[in-house]
Design a binder for this molecule. Structure first.
Ligand SMILES: [Zn+2]
Length: 121
């Protein structure tokens, strides 16, 4: 499986498979939450993620391709990285908002792709 932008069909991820065992998530601050090559979909009873990430598709930052940072600098706040607290901060190469990178020192690192913007193929 890979993810594409629903609006322009551009590939947005490398090949990923679903991580079945959520105990394998690494919730250590400053480290990758999920290994490369895997994804999870955040379900409603997962308390680790903020309400805004419900339904999001979580992948490793290194699995995201064809993406830039948002042109609105107000979306790009963070201490050492990007905290993702101000709305989607990642766009596809055509400029469509696709999801949120969380890569700051006080959180575990991942990309939360918006299910409205992306789809599996
Ligand atoms: Zn796009």
């Amino acid at each position: 499986m890979k993810l594409i932008c629903k609006m322009c069909n551009l590939d947005l991820s490398k090949q990923v498979i679903e991580l079945e065992d959520l105990n394998l998530l690494n919730k250590t601050d400053g480290q990758d939450l999920i290994s490369e090559g895997f994804y999870i979909v955040v379900d409603d009873d997962n308390d680790y993620f903020t309400p805004r990430d419900k339904g999001a598709i979580i992948i490793n930052i290194k699995d995201l391709i064809n993406s830039n940072y948002h042109s609105d600098e107000g979306r790009l706040n963070g201490c050492c990285g990007y905290d993702g607290c101000d709305g989607m901060n990642r766009v596809c190469l055509c400029g469509h908002e696709i999801g949120t990178e969380r890569s700051d020192c006080w959180i575990s690192h991942f990309i939360a792709l918006n299910p409205v913007s992306v789809q599996f193929v």
